[in-house]
Design a protein around this ligand. Sequence first.
Ligand code: ADP
Ligand code: MG
Length: 238
Amino acid sequence: EQDVAVYRARREITVEGHDVPRPIQMFHEANFPDYCLEVISRLGFVEPTPIQSQGWPMALKGRDLIGIAETGSGKTLAYLLPALVHVSAQPRLEQGDGPIVLVLAPTRELAVQIQEEAVKFGSRASIRSTCIYGGAPKGPQIRDLKRGVEIVIATPGRLIDMLEAQHTNLKRVTYLVLDEADRMLDMGFEPQIRKLISQIRPDRQTLYWSATWPKEVETLARQFLRNPYKVIIGSPDL
Ligand code: ADP
Ligand code: MG
């Protein structure tokens, strides 16, 4: 217990919630599949970042999670590797099924970056992902959705279009990520986010990420998360 407190203090990790698991100090402690560890070592990563070190064991418990850490701190893999574990534990997709994991992100650029990480890690396990964003032709996006993908990374507006046209559905989503929640609210996506979440089963796992923690961001989190863990790295601009 003493070591855990020292480790958290040294890495500026603050936690809240019931039954918070210990942070992991080395990659292999998270029990990710070997193919993930191989990619990590190929990328030359030496150790988990603080948000990964504490966020991974939390996310792997299947509980809701609020993660607050500045840009560049490794939040993408903090939710993506547990997402791959989650997908692997679900029955395979059947014809007509929508995604199991949905990641909502504010911009096309960010969605594309997340997708690149998802491909780097997920392709080894044949976990498919696609990106759905506005300002680009719908055809290829519709084709991917119809073929079936375990992971959809989307900006809210275009995803709503796809749902309304019945190119996909959110019935199988059990792992929901809101990435850069603060930016999504700044960009006025709150109504779209509400609309999307209302179509997702309430017993999902929800992971909510932000670089800052203003009142509106907290209010939205409180409405959509159940008994979440919270992990804060450093003292972000509150
Ligand atoms: P954030 O979402 O917090 O802004 P990213 O997930 O985009 O941060 O990660 C920033 C960069 O750090 C990326 O290039 C990513 O590949 C790299 N990265 C992630 N995890 C680690 C790690 N454990 N060690 C070294 N680099 C990492
Ligand atoms: Mg990020």
